[in-house]
Design a protein around this ligand. Structure first.
Ligand SMILES: *Cc1c(COP(=O)(O)O)cnc(C)c1O
Length: 389
């Protein structure tokens, strides 16, 4: 996995090059530098001829962000990973590495809206064809795959929470000779490992659960070394959307509590979803954990889901009456958040933003944070009372 990276002691995460034991600190250093100097002409030449791998310039390789990458590769059970300044940088760099002029992307419907907008830009400006398919309809997926260069997946989908059988979709794509990429931000590596299910590349908005504290915008893609090396050599350094050492350090810190945070989001999120489903003000709840069974390969659920109010509830009044839940996009941090579907629909009505998907005007998306289930439920119940017309 890390051939030639002898400047880093992988077990300890200590940079061997200039700090053999890093003072025996339990936390790796933030190597906040743009460039790294060489001891000799011979060493510099060896690095630039590709005979020796060590940092030269932080746009390409930085010891702190490298530790984060190695941890993500291990969590996803794969060979290598590459970090980015945002989840969107990871998505755009990955797609641009593998899709060329005139080729076709097949994507599951209801993908993350900004991924959709990126694909629309590729379609309009670069002659890339993009088709969308219901990932729950495996017969339709099988029919649509032939001829595609890339099958772009996300499961569950961001708002509608359609949870796909990722292993079956990956097998259909492999049979059709189509490369697969999946956005695994929702489940995190704690609850879903798509590489083991046959997907080629897995990416994350690390701004969400991997960071977990709403203080970083970052992204990462993980997979076999051969594919990651293509991204590393063809687009990552030239588009230049690299992760900063400080943010890499924050992400390393976030990863240390990822499993316990995910279990807490799961327990609280599922309980709030169950109570909402039983509430007379609620028409339906979209949460994969409320189905009879989770799809194969999904081992748990997170804190993000949506629901639809019955008529007679003023969604704006509901949102304003909440106090522990704050109005705000993004998710994955410690705090609980609410986004009214009507606002996403209003944004979609703007020019160049035509993506409302199946978002119901009376729908609400919640991120259930770590404040405690009873406190969150009391907040929701009181807000529903205040919003009942
Ligand atoms: C937030 C998000 C992204 C984009 O990530 P950024 O870090 O904001 O660029 C991609 N996919 C999903 C599912 C997201 O929620």
């Amino acid at each position: 996995m890390t051939d030639g990276m002898d400047w880093l002691d992988h077990a300890s995460g200590i940079v061997a090059h200039d700090a053999p034991n890093a003072y025996a600190a339990v936390v790796p250093p933030i190597v906040q530098t743009s460039l790294f100097t060489f001891e000799s002409y011979a060493e510099m030449e060896a690095v630039y001829r590709g005979l020796k791998q060590r940092p030269a310039y932080s746009r390409g390789l930085n010891p702190t962000t490298r530790i984060f990458e190695e941890k993500v590769a291990e969590l996803e059970g794969t060979e290598d990973a590459l970090s980015f300044a945002s989840g969107m940088a990871a998505i755009s760099s990955t797609v641009l590495t593998f899709v060329s002029l005139g080729e076709r992307i097949l994507a599951v419907r209801n993908v993350y809206p900004d991924a959709y907008r990126l694909f629309e830009t590729f379609a309009k400006r670069m002659g890339v064809q993009v088709d969308y398919i219901d990932g729950l309809d495996e017969v339709a997926v099988e029919k649509a795959l032939p001829g595609a260069k890339l099958f772009y997946m996300e499961s569950p989908t961001s708002w509608t929470m359609e949870a796909h059988d990722v292993g079956t979709l990956a097998r259909l794509a492999r049979d059709a000779g189509v490369m697969t990429v999946i956005d695994n931000s929702w489940a995190s590596p704690v609850f879903q490992n798509p590489i083991a299910l046959g997907v080629d590349l897995v990416l994350h908005s690390a701004s969400k659960y991997l960071g977990g504290h709403s203080d970083v915008v970052a992204g990462v893609v993980a997979g076999p070394a051969a594919l990651i090396n293509r991204i590393r050599s063809e687009t990552h350094p030239y588009l230049g959307g690299k992760l900063s050492p400080f943010e890499g350090w924050l992400l390393i810190r976030g990863l240390r509590t990822l499993p316990i945070r995910m279990k807490a989001h799961e327990a609280s999120g599922l309980e709030v979803a169950r109570r909402l489903r039983a509430h007379q003000a609620v028409e339906s709840v979209a949460h994969p954990g409320l189905a009879n069974a989770l799809p194969q390969g999904l081992r748990g659920t997170s804190g993000l889901f949506s629901f639809v109010f019955r008529e007679g509830i003023d969604v704006a009044r509901f949102a304003d009456a909440l106090s522990t839940f704050s109005l705000g996009v993004s998710w994955g941090g410690h705090e609980s958040l609410v986004v009214p579907g009507a606002i996403v629909r209003a944004q979609a009505a703007q020019p160049n933003s035509a993506v409302a998907f199946g978002i119901h005007p009376r729908s609400v998306r919640l991120h259930v944070g770590l404040e405690g289930t009873e406190r969150l439920w009391n907040d929701i119940e009181a807000a529903i009372d205040a919003a009942t017309l």
